[in-house]
Design a protein around this ligand. Structure first.
Ligand code: ADP
Ligand code: MG
Length: 688
């Protein structure tokens, strides 16, 4: 039998219904047949277990089969219409009441064999089924006596209606959803065929089949995401001329490492080894180096840069803010001025939006002609007019602060090796999915001798004491951050409360101290000014909204006080905490709560117990889902319908499967449907 529609057939042509219903479906994103069949149930009620009427209980969904009798419509004294009836089987009989469904009188009739499924109440020794789902025996069972799909319902769009409309379409599933995964992958991971998975998801035969169906669909999502990412990675590797920038480990590099004031941690060494081995490949590196604030990413990136410079290539280091870029410029240019060991000096320059025009022109020329070896700067590095002579390695600090497009501009500079740094650690499997086109190195270990930041949840009654304590510390020369929650920087009401908190602190709490204020509404130049003053200890306290997150280094600041801490995700709190503990002094993090519910307190307790950003983001992932992890929201990951980004086992499997295909057929020439599916993947991740 053939059907007359394709997956793109407008729904109005495939089912008979009203314009109003079609509009309702459209508001939930369903316009055609395929979309309708991929409108998956939210959950299921299990009424598969038929019981004798005698065994009806009030604490369960009861599904019973019997003969209908005494069907009547009655009117209550308040004018409400009720349908009453009785159902009888061999074990006994039960009363039934349906509220507000007068049409039932016409749909059912006495003597009919039906199945009912619903809750029961006991009243004065009598059992009554309350507005049960009903269905005649004999026809295909959709609403009762099975695992019944429950959909997201909106006004006028009931699960019952959806079931009835979807069911007849499912016989076209095989035609609409042809299998697109290679059979060896299906076999290896024991996946249910695609069309079957769609059918079983709506009307599962058994709980087991439902699980298998859902896991097939979840696998698909993760698989396609990663296939796309791995293909992107492959394409990136193809863009480079073979062998051009193959950089072995230069002899001077180990020599230079010996004169560093410290030894690298094991995690740093491992990451550096991974990076150096990438640099020595035929194709350009695309690697993400993740590590907590203070874990020492800069020196690892610095050594990689040095290796490129030693080989005569240019390098670029881009940071999201002027202050951060300048910080890098100072430390790194000092570090690399070492003619004894390196036997040469490098021409290193700083470039930002505020670089004067004449100097800028000179830097542009130097980079184009190759007299400048290494440029450190801000977004100013990715102006289209800026040209490098032979850029060998580009490093992007705090990569999540840059868009994909911005990164691709740097890539277009003759396909340099690319290293991104991120201080917002996320679990490896999640990173694999989100940043799947990059390889991953992880620094999960702090340099020796780092004092863990003492973290406390402070009850409101201790607030005064905390202020006094902070003032004492400041008298000994330290500085403090006070973070106020302003989750949405455009929320003017909340901004007002931050401003008034700032006034309050200035006037009433710390009248003798200088206090700066930082929030998202300030102009970039104003922000820079506030930060510069804080850095110079002209402000002892910096009151700030969450804009302070990005890697600013004020080693003298040792106190991080956070208001309304329960409103932030753990990974974000961890980012705040990372602003302190950067110097030799013991640092502290105080968490205050606006709403100190028990669950919130418990969640915040993780901040006291854990100091690893990886651990905290894992907890975030468990508790609040991936969207809450700092740095993930910005990554533009699509909403997944079936897959869970916490299911690391499946992520790894899907990765493995995707890799196996890219290995043999990166352009997917032998997998036309697959190719088509991921080609326009950016907005919708699964196309049919
Ligand atoms: P981040 O990973 O946040 O960018 P940085 O690279 O700025 O961290 O390093 C933080 C501080 O730790 C710097 O002062 C750096 O010199 C120092 N550092 C880095 N690696 C080590 C190490 N292995 N031992 C001791 N100190 C180190
Ligand atoms: Mg850094």
């Amino acid at each position: 039998m053939t059907t007359l529609f394709t997956s793109k057939t407008p729904l109005g042509k495939a089912i008979s219904t009203t314009k109003a219903q079609l509009n309702r479906l459209e508001t939930v994103g369903v316009k055609n047949v395929a979309e309708f069949l991929r409108y998956f149930p939210r959950t299921y009620t299990d009424s598969s277990n038929l019981i004798p009427i005698l065994e009806i209980r009030t604490d369960q969904i009861n599904t019973v089969k019997g003969t209908l009798s005494q069907l009547v419509e009655i009117r209550t004294k308040f004018g409400k219409k009720l349908i009453k009836a009785k159902l009888t089987d061999q074990s006994g009989s039960v009363d039934i009441i349906w509220f507000n469904q007068p049409f039932i009188k016409k749909l059912l009739h006495n003597g009919q064999q039906i199945i009912l499924s619903g809750k029961a109440k006991f009243d004065l020794g009598k059992v009554t089924l309350l507005s049960p789902e009903y269905e005649a025996v004999g026809q295909k069972q959709l609403h009762t006596a099975r695992l019944v799909p429950v959909y997201h319902e909106t006004e006028g769009l009931t699960s019952k209606w959806i079931r009835e409309k979807i069911h007849p379409l499912l016989k076209s599933a095989k035609q609409l959803f042809p299998e697109y995964l290679p059979s060896d992958i299906i076999e290896k991971y024991q996946l249910m065929p695609y069309a079957n998975a769609i059918m079983e998801t709506h009307f599962p035969a058994t709980q087991n089949k439902l699980e298998t169906a859902k896991s097939r669909l979840a696998f698909d999502e993760l698989f396609l995401l990663q296939l796309k990412a791995l293909q992107k990675k492959w394409q990136w590797q193809q863009t480079a001329e073979k062998n051009r920038k193959r950089l072995s480990i230069h002899d001077s590099l180990p020599e230079f490492q010996k004169i560093l004031p410290f030894e690298l941690t094991n995690a740093q060494t491992k990451s550096l080894t991974e990076i150096l081995s990438d640099l020595n490949q035929d194709f350009p590196m695309s690697r993400l180096l993740q590590g907590d604030v203070g874990s020492g990413k800069t020196i690892v990136a610095g050594l990689a840069i040095l290796n490129a410079l030693l080989h005569g290539y240019q390098a670029a280091l881009m940071a999201p803010t002027e202050i951060l870029a300048e910080q890098h410029y100072k430390t790194i240019s000092k570090l690399f001025q070492n003619p004894e060991v390196l036997k040469q000096t490098f021409n290193i320059r700083f470039l930002s939006g505020s670089t004067k025009a004449t100097e800028k022109a000179e830097i542009y020329l130097g980079l184009a002609t190759g007299t400048i070896d290494f440029v450190i700067g801000t977004h100013a590095l990715i102006q289209e007019s800026l040209q490098f002579k032979n850029l060998g390695l580009a490093v992007i600090d705090e990569q999540h602060r840059f868009g994909v497009h911005q990164r691709s501009i740097l890539k277009s500079q003759g396909s340099p090796h690319l290293l991104s740094l991120s201080a917002t650690p996320i679990p490896r499997t999640l990173a694999m999915t989100i940043y799947g086109d990059q390889d991953l190195s992880i620094i999960d270990e702090m340099p020796k001798g780092r004092l863990p930041i003492v973290t406390r949840i402070v009850p409101e009654r201790k607030r005064k004491d905390a202020y006094l304590w902070i003032e004492d510390r400041i008298k000994t020369g330290r500085q403090a951050f006070i973070i106020c929650p302003l989750i949405d920087e455009s929320d003017t009401l909340e901004l007002k409360s931050v401003l008034s908190e700032y006034e309050n602190l200035k006037r009433d709490i710390f009248p003798l101290l200088n206090i700066g204020l930082l929030h998202g509404k300030l102009k970039p130049s104003e922000k820079e000014e506030v930060m510069t003053k804080f850095k110079a200890n002209e402000f002892q306290i910096l009151v700030s909204t969450s804009v302070v997150e990005v890697g600013i280094d004020v080693p003298n600041a040792t106190i991080m006080m956070i208001e309304g801490a329960e409103r932030f995700g753990l990974s974000q709190l961890h980012q705040f905490r990372g602003r302190v503990g950067r110097g030799e002094h013991q640092s502290y993090c105080f968490l205050f709560m606006q709403n100190d519910s028990q669950t919130a307190k418990q969640r915040l307790k993780a901040m006291v117990d854990h100091h690893s950003g990886f651990k905290l983001s894992e907890i975030d992932l468990e508790l609040r889902g991936p969207g809450q992890i700092y740095g993930v929201r910005q990554s533009g990951i699509p909403d997944l319908k079936m897959a869970s980004l916490t299911d690391s086992e499946m992520i790894v499997k899907a990765r493995e499967a995707a890799q196996s295909i890219i290995n043999i057929d990166p352009e997917l020439d032998h997998y036309p449907i697959l190719k088509n599916k991921i080609s326009d993947f950016d907005n919708v991740y699964v196309k049919d």
